[in-house]
Design a protein around this ligand. Structure first.
Ligand SMILES: O=P(O)(O)OC[C@H]1O[C@](O)(COP(=O)(O)O)[C@@H](O)[C@@H]1O
Ligand SMILES: [Mg+2]
Ligand SMILES: [Mg+2]
Length: 327
């Protein structure tokens, strides 16, 4: 049996990175306990305010954000945090050498119905040690991430993590309250027959995405010559977890539903950490045509279309888009 602490030590993980991962995952234990209490704790329902992106905040969005913020502010290695729920990045300890980014509660619409939610995090290097961190310090491409992961609060609480070059999974043992390694070297098959998309947005998608989904729905009567299955957790963390477990394709594509948003998901808090996990597990992650980890961010709250998962399927979507765009 290997605990998270033993794993990080055995991997010779940089001590600062290891310390920050420990802080985030300890907060994850608290969030997990609150979720287990559910309606018996005062965590359900609306917080009564909106975040910087104009989204209604749930009580648990705010609570999870504050727990992470408070814990990381006390971590000497953390020079600053950026969160989906904060207008601007918050400076922490100027002498720290790491920046931490997170989606404190992913899948907010699942909170009140007792369905899976999660916490997604990303760790970047901090280049200006000794000075107060600012938003611009966080504007680094995803390929600069030193570590990334998520906590999935499902029927059990799990942690997926990448610190070196592979992806590992831990299960939170309710008896010992330790994260125990349950899957080493997670790998995603290149081919899949399962996809995840919110089809209610069909009319807002670009033509190549509509064509792609039409082909999957046609199944063995269409050009793909085989049937596909569809799943949608409504929490990216749940859909990505399924893909790490059994392959698949997940997309929240570009749509014109809200013309000022290029898709729904956030590059820094959702797309980048998930893309690092997916790539390190042998999958691919694109915005339909370009690798997500190569995108140079211009805004900490930037949104990006996401197509990720089994490599051959992600490439298939990319080809459809390139063919359409080069017509
Ligand atoms: O409600 P929709 O349109 O199906 O969107 C679901 C998607 O939105 C998200 O919930 C966005 O994340 P937040 O809950 O952190 O805002 C994703 O996790 C999920 O994939
Ligand atoms: Mg989210
Ligand atoms: Mg969120």
């Amino acid at each position: 049996m290997t605990t998270l602490a033993q794993y990080l030590k055995a991997q010779k993980t940089d001590s600062a990175v290891s310390d920050v991962i420990t802080t985030v995952t300890e907060v994850g234990k608290t969030i997990s306990q609150l979720l287990r209490k559910g309606a018996l704790a005062d965590i359900l329902g609306e917080a009564g305010n909106q975040n910087v992106q104009g989204e209604e905040q749930k009580k648990l969005d705010v609570l999870a954000n504050d727990l992470l913020l408070d814990a990381l502010a006390q971590n000497k290695h953390c020079a600053g945090v950026a969160s989906e729920e904060l207008d601007d990045a918050t400076p922490a300890n100027a002498d720290g050498n790491l920046l931490v980014l997170f989606d404190p509660l992913d899948g907010s619409s699942n909170i009140d119905i007792n369905m899976a939610v999660g916490t997604i995090f990303s760790i970047l290097p901090y280049q200006r040690q000794g000075q107060t961190s600012e938003n611009s310090d966080f504007l680094q491409a995803g390929n600069a991430q030193l570590a990334a992961g998520y906590l999935l609060y499902g029927t059990s609480t799990m942690l997926a993590l990448t610190v070196v070059d592979n992806v590992v999974m831990f299960s939170l043992d309710p008896d010992s309250n330790d994260y125990i390694l349950v899957k080493d070297n997670v790998q995603i098959d290149a081919d899949t027959s399962e996809y995840a998309i919110n089809s209610s947005n069909y009319r807002y998608w670009r033509a190549p995405m509509q064509q792609y989904i039409d082909e999957l729905v046609a199944g063995d009567t269409g050009v793909r010559g085989r049937d596909f299955n569809m799943r949608w957790v409504a929490a990216m963390v749940g859909d990505v977890h399924r893909i790490l477990c059994r392959g698949g394709l997940f997309t929240y594509p570009f749509d014109t539903k809200y013309p000022n948003k290029a898709g729904k998901l956030r590059l820094m808090y959702e797309a980048n950490p998930m893309s690092l996990l997916i790539e390190r597990a042998g999958g691919s992650a694109t915005d339909a045509t370009h690798r997500i980890l190569d995108i140079a961010p211009t805004d900490i709250h930037q949104r990006v279309p996401v197509v990720l998962g089994s490599k051959n399927e992600v490439d298939y979507v990319k080809d459809l888009h390139l063919k359409h765009d080069n017509k």
